[in-house]
Write a protein that binds this ligand. Structure first.
Ligand code: MD6
Ligand code: FE
Length: 214
């Protein structure tokens, strides 16, 4: 079953676990298309700061595209087919998002990945994401593909329990992380962003997470 010789990490491919790979710069050729698509999504479903079930307003601003979108409010986390702000369906999944995700997943050993949801996170300096698991998706057999754009972030890569050590992984413009399999429910988070403006995007970072939610 294991064929490690096929997936030997190279400088561009850093293994983070049995089911998780960091693909440095994998999204760079896609950047103009990705940014245009983010702008189009944002014009239909603007970024907003969601409230957690515990009553905290998140420092990361979020929007979605695809058949399903991830939202949070006082009642809990859920995927919805419509944007609760407008009542309209989330903007369609841009073709470039789905193709990039499928290609990255295939390189990481997950052939045939077809996302139906993309959560788009926007970080300004100081924004952070506390340790969490992604577990609102129906089926954990599909991986998640995560694309970083703009300012650098320090990603916290923990274990299967909230307590315990986290690896600090720098994520830069164009980096893609694919994770699934035995790593699908790993705890992870993002440290508060430092203000180190990016040449193209200035003082912001976008993160796309492409999922099979439904
Ligand atoms: C971020 N990412 O990088 C936050 N979740 O801004 C996530 O929470 C995440 O990168 C699941 C899979 C990949 C991720
Ligand atoms: Fe997550």
């Amino acid at each position: 079953m294991e064929t490690p010789e096929l997936f030997e990490p190279t400088e561009r491919e850093q293994r983070l676990g049995p089911g998780a790979v960091l693909l440095r710069g994998f999204a760079l050729p896609w950047v103009p298309e990705l940014l245009a698509a983010i702008a189009a999504v944002e014009s239909a479903s603007p970024f907003r700061h969601l409230v957690t079930p515990g009553g905290f307003t998140m420092s990361v601003a979020m929007t979605n595209c695809g058949a399903l979108g991830w939202t949070s409010d006082r009642l809990g986390y859920q995927y919805t087919a419509t944007d609760p702000e407008s009542g309209a369906p989330w903007p369609a999944m841009p073709a470039a998002f789905a193709r990039l995700a499928s290609e990255a997943a295939a390189v990481a050993g997950f052939a045939g990945f077809a996302p139906d949801a993309c959560l788009i996170n926007r970080y300004l300096p100081g924004a952070r994401l506390s340790l969490h698991q992604d577990r609102n998706e129906r089926d954990y057999s599909a991986p998640i593909v995560s694309v970083s754009l703009g300012m650098r972030a320090t990603f916290l890569w923990g274990g299967l329990a909230r307590s315990g050590p986290s690896l600090k992984v720098p994520l830069r413009h164009g980096d893609v992380v694919v994770w699934g399999g035995a790593d699908r429910l790993r705890y992870h988070g993002v440290q508060p962003l430092k203000d180190e403006p990016h040449a193209l995007l200035g003082s912001q970072r976008f993160n796309l997470t492409l999922r099979k939610a439904g």
